[in-house]
Write a protein that binds this ligand. Structure first.
Ligand code: ASP
Length: 325
């Protein structure tokens, strides 16, 4: 039943596509989306939900491969070098923009190595700690880190990751550098936070909401201008005294440069369908985020976002003088 539905969907899709050698048959085998961080983390969670819905729409399996390391740049490099045939894609976040400046020797040219499929979602960050960490609120956290700056450890997913960026914003807002502990993704970092091996972390609600609700970690603030429906007791960074820490972690779907336009168009349409999928909408809501609107799940919107964000972060990173090399 499922199979025949897939077949019907593929046939309908093939007729709807413009003529072109690849477009006529695409996709005729499984597609892989590379997540440039470990399994079990926030980027992985978002990607698996979207991949499942795209798979239903495309009538082919959409697999997820985790290629973590170097703040997401290893996974991005893998896709930049992949065959531009629509079968290897990249789902990356704001780190795609910040790493363009943070890494002076990237193995790919950020603005010229990819085709843009579309924006996926923008996820709030939360500032969290191991359950038994002493400070009881955000003000207490600021006083505590200032008094114990050589002891407090901050987990992140490497230079260029969203957790790194948010951690940097926090340290700069409280004017206190702290000891950072890099992981290949905040999935394993969360495991260590739960185990008490590391003290604090800034991470997407897609990784922290369930733990905060279950009381297995402590939460201090959320980085959105408004409080979240799923975490109504959690103050915003502005309420908690640090308005400059507002940051949203946007995600985009990319293909290697040279992927045929018809294939990119098919993927973009499929992403738009996936972002309206009931399960995606419901699970995103539970995790404190919303799918990008259809107009943003487009190549033009992602291109504009990436270009704008590179320009926005470049002077901030240069002024901070923090580089990965
Ligand atoms: N999104 C996380 C970060 O940027 C990494 C991950 O998805 O594991 O820190």
């Amino acid at each position: 039943m499922r199979k025949s539905l897939f077949a019907m969907v593929s046939v309908a899709a093939a007729f709807a596509m413009p003529l072109g050698a690849s477009a006529q048959t695409y996709p005729d085998r499984a597609i892989t989306i590379v997540v440039p961080f470990s399994a079990g983390g926030p980027t992985d969670t978002v990607t698996r939900l979207v991949a499942e819905a795209m798979s239903k729409d495309l009538g082919q399996q959409v697999l997820v491969e985790n290629v973590g390391g170097a703040g997401g740049t290893l996974g991005a490099a893998r896709v930049a070098e992949a065959e531009p045939d629509g079968y290897t894609l990249l789902l990356h976040h704001i780190g795609m923009a910040t790493s363009a400046t943070l890494y002076r020797k990237l193995p790919y040219d950020t603005l010229n190595a990819f085709e843009y499929v579309g924006l996926v979602t923008e996820v709030p960050m939360t500032i969290v700690a191991r359950k038994d960490f002493e400070p009881q609120d955000f003000k207490g956290l600021i006083d505590y880190v200032k008094a114990h700056k050589d002891e407090v450890t901050v987990a992140n997913a490497g230079i260029g990751a969203a957790s790194h960026l948010c951690g940097m914003l926090f340290m700069s807002a409280v004017e206190t550098p702290l000891v950072t502990v890099p992981y290949q993704g905040t999935g394993p970092a969360m495991t260590d936070l739960l185990g008490g091996q590391v003290d604090i972390m800034c991470d997407q609600t897609t990784n922290t909401t369930k733990q905060i609700q279950a009381g297995t970690i402590k939460a201090y603030a959320v980085t959105t201008p408004e409080r979240l429906d799923v975490l109504p007791d959690l103050p915003t960074v502005a309420e908690a005294g640090l308005p400059n820490m507002q940051v949203g972690i946007w995600h985009g779907l990319y293909a290697p440069k040279g992927t045929p336009a018809e294939v990119v168009d098919r993927l973009s349409k499929s992403l738009q369908v996936a972002l309206k999928d009931e399960n995606v909408v419901a699970r995103f809501a539970e995790l404190g985020t919303t799918p990008s609107p259809e107009a943003d799940a487009t190549p033009a919107a992602l291109k504009a976002k990436l270009e704008g964000e590179i320009q926005r972060w470049q002077p901030i990173i240069e002024a901070a003088g923090v580089y990965a090399d």
